[in-house]
Design a protein around this ligand. Structure first.
Ligand code: AHR
Length: 310
């Protein structure tokens, strides 16, 4: 039986339908589309009213959406921050309204961590390190690498570069010979890879491409094929995300490895929000999602598991 106080708390909570305003970056990648889809289905499971605002990759649109959500008096604001800096002033405004803020999949740089309740992210430095270690083993520590970076100024681009560089640092023959942003998109990855291939002897001086996400890797695979080379063999392909298309490419022998990033960022944030509202439980500042390396040997089976989920 419930005590009167517990019953009152439960009843008060039950009365309130949680409304979450989610400022999403856009739909630059397959992973991003999956994250949005999962955010919707996880909200439905919990009876949460989810309002999504698509920022079309622009921080200014995110700031506008955040202000609009705050003005509407939503129960919480979720933000996938496109870049790491420039959030303090809008988050201070939100803090004054007492609306809790959760960060999803990307981090921000701030000196005031009280501006958000929790960040649900993977360890993006670790992802870079894991794929860097794997490529080092695959090439016996000797490889001329071209790097396709994510969106300039975004936390995963900064950290995936850092982690990868850490992994290869003690191997003098592992070298990044070219590095440029492909903005986390398939078309960006293809275009930048084409220019790398042109600049590097028709691709013949490239041992591997490291892409900060799978979509850019898939764009790079197309560029490699169009240059008359074999992706996965003539030029090795490693990346991060674990979307179905990269498993397909691995199963076809055209990609060599990926580190999976869970698309379920919203689920843990909803649970933390519910616990906060229901019983005042403060979640840990960092809710870390797992990072798992996948290689071609299991790619077909892993593709089958994921193909209908996305
Ligand atoms: O923030 C996560 C990254 O954003 C994903 O790795 C990438 O695909 C997306 O665009």
């Amino acid at each position: 039986t419930l005590s009167l106080a517990a019953f009152a708390a439960t009843a008060a909570y039950a009365d309130e339908t949680l409304i979450v305003g989610f400022s999403q970056i856009g739909s630059e990648s397959g992973w991003r589309a999956a994250e949005t889809k999962v955010a919707k289905s996880e909200a439905e499971k919990r009876g949460i009213d989810l309002k999504i605002s698509d920022a079309q990759q622009k921080q200014e649109n995110q700031i506008k959406a955040i202000r609009a959500f705050a003005a509407q008096g939503v129960s919480a604001i979720f933000i996938a921050p496109v870049v790491a800096t420039g959030w303090d002033s809008v988050l201070r405004e939100v803090k004054d309204t007492n609306i809790p803020v959760f960060l999803l999949d990307r981090d921000i740089e701030t000196s005031d961590k009280s501006l958000y309740v929790a960040a649900v992210t993977s360890d993006t430095v670790l992802e870079g390190r894991m794929i860097g270690d794997y490529l080092t083993k695959l090439t016996n520590g000797k490889c001329a690498i071209v790097e396709l970076q994510g969106t300039v100024g975004s936390s995963p681009a900064i950290n995936r570069k850092k982690g990868f560089e850490e992994a290869i640092a003690s191997h003098p023959d592992m070298k990044i010979i070219r590095s440029q942003s492909g903005d986390f998109t398939r078309s960006g990855g293809k275009q930048v890879m084409e220019s790398f291939i042109k600049a590097e002897n028709g691709g013949k001086s490239i041992c591997a491409v490291y892409a900060h996400n799978d979509d850019m890797a898939i764009g790079a695979i197309q560029a490699i094929k169009e240059a008359g080379l074999k992706p996965g063999k003539d030029i090795l392909v490693v990346s991060i995300d674990g979307v179905p298309d990269i498993f397909k490419a691995m199963a076809a022998g055209e990609a060599n490895g990926t580190v999976e990033l869970s698309p379920n960022m919203a689920g843990p944030a909803y649970d933390a929000l519910i616990a906060l509202k229901k019983s005042g439980t403060t979640p840990p500042k960092w809710i870390q999602t797992p990072s798992t390396l996948f290689t071609p040997d299991t790619a077909e089976a892993e593709y089958q598991k994921r193909k209908d989920l996305y």
